[in-house]
Design a protein around this ligand. Structure first.
Ligand code: UDX
Length: 433
């Protein structure tokens, strides 16, 4: 099929490459010339395992092209809207102006019978509004809402082999068009749910709200575990055996961040308030509060570990990205903790396998080093903030030889406390005795 993807940020660049990988003829459109030039040269402007390979092969064959001119999307039968919906400054609501601009820009270029497919995470009601605009300006075209559930670090796999496909449609014929787009996944038996627009929009934010709630739930249990001497990791294992609960997303620690979960739960509560149903999602505010409290707890633990003051202490912060296998530092708990410690007068030395460049742009006041050894050298305290494989594999004895003080805060509960204590370390996790 001939496909356009409007918006070549994280979601769009992965989606465009994956669609080309499936054999479709794809054009990616973005207003950012530098981004388009990089993608056209086969270089993703962010780190994502597996993406360079599929991007390079698709651009080399000509199946995937990029342009800054939306008119170049005119030949496509299916147009995916994959622009961002960031948090509006000063409020919790999602800013849909990029979606609106992309949609309006596309309208004059829609071929007879074209299908516009929304992928962006939007406030419920957006699709119905856009469908109204389409009926006025391009009644021959149709609209679908097809949310995306990809995780950073697994984005290529999640796009090529999704857990489920959700089509929000107003007319049945749209379903068969989307089935052609996703033929490979459908043939592989991927569950496909066809719903109305509002349900499709809600599926996305409900899924993220549930995941965020699961993480804050276990972090609340970690707080109780800390007060009682219980072990939240064992607790998570035990409740996770209940198939109704499940073990995944029950890792207590520094909390969730990134470009989706924090912003999506805030935008969802803001939308519920607009709908006069603020009470229904009041609990998500508590989910957000618990989450932000974890960062403060790590900072408090650090100050306590340093004997009551972080002033002039040298602290090695391992990890600045919001999760491993990503260079994304948006709303990163790790970076937030590093900044808070710096604010307390500590000499923070941060490191990360992929995130330093992005972190530097955001918080140039911190000291960044490339190597873990360099970060650890002479540290009074070590804070493991993002669970990169390299940090999980740290050897307690070897690390002890580099630092000035054997004190570690395991913000992700990934180290073996017994091994670290045996090597003479003061080990502190979150919700671990
Ligand atoms: C999330 C959703 O998982 C994905 O389906 C959606 O499309 C976009 O938002 P992503 O932001 O890539 O994906 O990250 P995810 O793997 O969900 O992790 C989110 C945050 O939660 C990270 O900061 C991670 O460290 C944290 N987390 C996750 C925990 O603190 N504990 C857990 O048990 C799991």
């Amino acid at each position: 099929m001939r496909i356009s993807v409007i918006g070549c940020g994280y979601l769009g660049a992965v989606h465009a490459s994956a669609m080309a990988e499936l054999g479709h003829e794809v054009i990616g459109i973005d207003v950012d010339e530098r981004k388009i030039a990089a993608l056209a040269a086969g270089r993703p402007p962010f780190f994502e395992p597996g993406l360079p390979e599929i991007l390079t092969s698709a651009t080399a064959t000509g199946r995937l092209r990029f342009s800054t001119d939306i008119a170049d999307a005119a030949a496509a039968e299916v147009h995916f809207l994959a622009v961002g919906t960031p948090q509006t400054a000063g409020t919790n609501a999602a800013d849909v102006s990029y979606v609106d601009a992309a949609f309006e820009g596309l309208l004059p270029h829609l071929a007879e019978g074209a299908l516009v497919v929304g992928k962006s995470t939007v406030p419920v009601g957006t699709a119905a509004r856009l469908a109204g605009r389409l009926a006025e300006s391009a009644p021959h075209a149709s609209l679908a809402w097809n949310p995306e559930f990809l995780r950073e670090g697994f984005a290529v796999k999640d796009t090529l082999e999704p857990d489920r496909l959700v089509y929000g449609v107003a007319h049945e014929h749209v379903t068969s068009v989307l089935d052609q787009v996703y033929r490979a996944a459908i043939e592989a038996g991927t569950p496909r749910l066809v719903t109305d627009y509002a349900t499709a929009e809600l599926v996305k934010v409900a899924a993220n709200a549930f995941l965020a709630t699961k993480i804050s739930f276990i972090n609340a249990m970690a707080e109780i575990a800390d007060a009682t001497g219980a072990d939240v990791t064992a607790l998570a294992d035990a409740i996770g055996h209940d198939a109704r609960i499940g073990r995944r997303f029950l890792n207590a620690g520094i909390g969730f961040g990134g470009g989706c979960l924090p912003k999506d739960i805030r935008a969802f509560t803001a939308r519920a308030e607009e709908l006069g149903r603020g009470d229904s999602l009041e609990f998500l505010k508590e989910v957000d509060t618990i989450n932000l409290r974890q960062r403060k707890r790590v900072v408090d633990l650090a100050v306590a570990a340093l004997g009551g003051s972080a002033h002039r202490a040298r602290i090695a912060v391992l990890g600045v990205t919001f999760k491993p296998e990503s260079d994304d530092v948006r709303d990163s708990p790790a970076l937030d903790v590093a900044v808070q410690l710096k604010g307390l007068g500590a000499e923070v030395v941060a490191t990360d396998p992929e995130g330093i460049e992005n972190a530097k742009r955001k918080h140039p006041q911190l000291t960044y080093v490339e190597s873990t050894r360099e970060a650890l050298r002479g540290a009074d305290l070590v804070v493991l903030a993002t669970e990169w494989r390299e940090y999980r594999a740290l050897d307690a004895e070897e690390t002890a030889r580099l630092v000035a003080g054997r004190s570690i805060i395991d913000g992700r509960n990934v180290l073996d406390p017994a091994a670290w204590r045996a090597a003479g370390w003061t080990y502190r996790g979150l919700g671990r005795p």
